[in-house]
Structure formats: C-alpha cells, structure tokens
Design a protein around this ligand. Sequence first.
Ligand code: NAD
Length: 513
Amino acid sequence: MTSMHTSTLPTADDLRDRVRAALQAIGAHTALGEPGGPGLPASTPVTGDVLFAVPESTREDADAAITDAARAFQTWRVTPAPVRGALVSRLGELLVEHKADLATIVTAEAGKITSEALGEVQEMIDICQFAVGLSRQLYGKTIASERPGHRLMETWHPLGVVGVITAFNFPVAVWAWNTAVALVCGNTVVWKPSELTPLTAVACQALIERAADDVGAPRDVSRLVQGAREIGELLVDDPRVALVSATGSVRMGRQVGPRVAARFGKALLELGGNNAAIVTPSADLDLAVRGIVFSAAGTAGQRCTTMRRVIAHRSVVDTVIERVASAYRSLPVGDPSADGTLVGPLIHERSHRDMVAALDRARADGGEVTGGERVDLGEGAYYVRPAVVRMPGQTAVVHDETFAPILYVLTYDDLDEAIALNNAVPQGLSSAIFTTDMREAERFMAADGSDCGIANVNIGTSGAEIGGAFGGEKQTGGGRESGSDSWKAYMRRATNTVNYSSELPLAQGVTFG
Ligand code: NAD
C-alpha cells in the first residue's frame, strides 16, 4: 500500500470495447444501442459515462416472461432434481470458462476492483457447485408416528416461479445464489436486476441460456426482465410468482415485504446492514486492523456487509484509529481495472452526496473526521478516500447505513456495553469481535451476544463463504440465502402420514363412532 491514487482513467471508448469483447466472448447477442438511444442507460462509475442503451422490458414483456416461466415450471418441477442439477453444473462450467469476461463487465458496470470482480464470479461458481451437490440432497425427515402401522414423513416440493430482484453492488453473485438453488429445487426464475447494472444481467442471461441449450433444458426456466422499480413491482404483485427474493435497501424491503404478504406470497428479504466490529484489549491488533481496513474500505464501502462501525476498548481506541487512518492514507484509489488499485469509484453522484451529508452530520454531532475527501479523477466519476470518524457516542447518523466508505469509531469500557452498542442499530446483518480471550469470543456468539445473522471472531464483517446461510435480522429482513439449509426457503414442505395397517386409529386416542 504505497501510492495515493492510480493516475489516469480509461476512456469511455476503452470501456465500451472491453465490454463489447467480453459480451461477444460470452455469446450474448442482445443488441445494444448507442448512448442516449431508447432503452436503459448502462453507465459506468469508472468514468461516469453512459456506455450503451440496453433494451428495456415493457409491462407486456414482464407478463410474458412470467407466463413462460410458469409454463416451464410444469415440466421442470417433475424433472428429477439431479437432472436439474446438470443445468446448474453446466452453468458453473461456463462461468469458469468466462470468469475473466464476466469480471470485466462487473468492473466496468459496478466499479469493483479486478480482484473483487473475479471473486464475485468465483462466488457464482462456488454456489453452482454447492447447488449441484444439493440436487442429490433435498432430504425430508421420517418421524416416529404415535399410531401403529403408520409412517409419518416430510416431502419437499418446488414452489413455482421465483422472482429475483437484485441490487447494483453484487450484480451477478446474488442472481447466482438465488438461481442455482431455486433451479435445483425445481423452480423457475424471473430476474429483475438493478437498473444500474443491465449489462452484467445480459451476460448472465446469455450464459444460462447456453447452459440450457447444452443440456437440453428449456430456456424459459430462467428469464430476464430489465427495468427500474416499476418492473420489479410486477413481480412483487403477480400471484403467479410464488416467492419474491429481493435484495436491496431497507426502503425497498419496506415496500416489497407488505405487498407480497398482502397476497400471501412468500418473500425472502436481504436488506441493508450496519455492521460493527468490537476490538477488545486482548485483540491481535495487526490482524484487527487488516480485517477492519478490508471490510470498511473494500468495494469503496458499498457492500451490505461493509464494516461501518468499530467499537474499540478505551485502552486500544487511539491505536486503532491511528493505524486505520494511516492505512487509509496510503490506499490506492482509482481505476478499478488497474493493477494495485484497492478502492474504486462510488456508483454515482448521489452516493457521493450522501457521503458528504453523513460526514457533515457526524461533524455536527462532535465527530472527528479523517479522510473522506473526493479524489478528483474526472468530472463525472466519484472517487473518495475512505473516512474514519471518531464519534463521541452513537448518535443518529451512526444508526443509518450510508452506502459509502465511512467508518465510525466508538469507545467502550466493558463488554456488555460493547455488545449493547453492536445491537443498538435497527439493522442486523453482520458483526465481528477481535479478541484472543475465549470467554469474550463465546459471549459474543451466545444468546445474549450479537443479535446479527452473522457473528464472526477475528475476521471482518464482509467476505462470507457460500457454504453458510447468508442474511440478517431486524431491518435486514430475516432472509437466508446461499448455503446450509437456505434451500428450504425455495421449497414447500408437505407432511405425509401413510397408514399401512388395516385399522384406522385416530391421533391423540380420539374415538369417533
Ligand atoms: P435499491 O433498494 O435501490 O434497489 C435494489 C433493487 O430493488 C433494484 O433492482 C431496484 O430496481 C428494486 N426496487 C426498488 N424498489 C422496488 C419496489 N418498490 N418494488 C420492486 N423492486 C424495487 O438498492 P441498491 O442501491 O441497488 O443496493 C444497495 C442496497 O442493497 C444497500 O442497502 C445494501 O445494504 C443492500 N444489499 C443487501 C444485501 C444483502 O444480502 N443483505 C446484498 C447486497 C445489497
């Protein structure tokens, strides 16, 4: 970590060429229009330019996509699960083949540094492998019956069409988490990606269609609709969409959750986070500072699991602030595709405005801000140096998720106070403790410890593996995706009682007639 920022940015034409070449290699044939033409403007945060216009779905297109997916469901649900797994297996192979191509588009469209963009595609490959294994492990239980000559068991069945709505900051992985698992479970999928990342969606759709063709599966098992919130709302309100899996802000979840519930549909919500790490007196500070800097500054603070708060013991707080601030000063900020860059751009101007406003509020509350200034690399692009803010206490601004690299540092004296601070925000996604004291670590993970869906020890708040269930509590929405038994959210459970005797005993000893 030496240079301050990487020098020049690629031109919009460079980026256009890179994206075009990657889409061509992937085999995407969607006709892209000129910037300013009809369709969704596909812009790049790298320079702030519009690269292409991407065909936008109409209401009729969305309706047709749901109709097609519902029709495909009729055959897909009775296709044996391991055969369904073959489709996901092929998708995984194509992702391995096109890992660099897809990562190039992720970098151009979401501004992720190359290593993180490649990591995001690797996450897709990992979930495909997980889902293929899962396709032979959709187990139900056999339960001891209280009646002689009876068998009691559970069977799991697909739900129907799964509507997947995704956020800009994980433009490909979240689709894959949902789609790989939903497909092996026997569902079909209609995806509405973020309107900020339509190009990555075009690439993913091309890959799933190729995979379907290669294994002889119907293409309609996975459909794409492109557009803003209004197109998402069609999935939310359509009774043919059995499950709406929506990833994005708490604001979006507040709109989507009640609407899906009103029609008794199922919702899986993966919403905003406000993630903290506690740094205790016994912490290995070298490890803690590395973990904090990656989680707080990585992806320019634009992960749902980004570390937004450090709760440091009074005996170590000065050292933590000094070391994080010093690391921040030397983080290379700039072109996310350049070697060595660690902090790429914010997604758009509004993110920068939100960051400036949050820092102003923090200052007004008595916060001491280090960093946070704009790195001027071009008019339409918003690069910033990550900010670390020593706060006198947990004021209102600290309760908000500002989707930018701001790390608030709070001070504590005893562990109960630190855990209370960790839990004092409305969101409940990820959390961490840095400690070498086993009692502190166990307490943090206990019932009266962190109230988050993810509670880590000696590791930052971001960068989860796909093997675990991913998601959070409170305003984060309560959903779980990816590994462990998250697949159960994509299926319905039937309880079956089979009487293989010649009697008809009633449960609970009831007699009737
Ligand atoms: P956003 O809420 O603005 O948009 C997310 C998606 O929801 C987009 O596709 C958008 O078009 C759609 N949408 C918005 N309102 C809708 C409505 N009423 N009906 C249907 N669809 C609607 O979020 P964003 O700015 O793209 O992403 C950043 C946010 O996402 C952050 O809050 C971040 O923490 C969160 N996020 C959460 C997770 C997680 O797994 N918990 C993962 C990634 C991002």
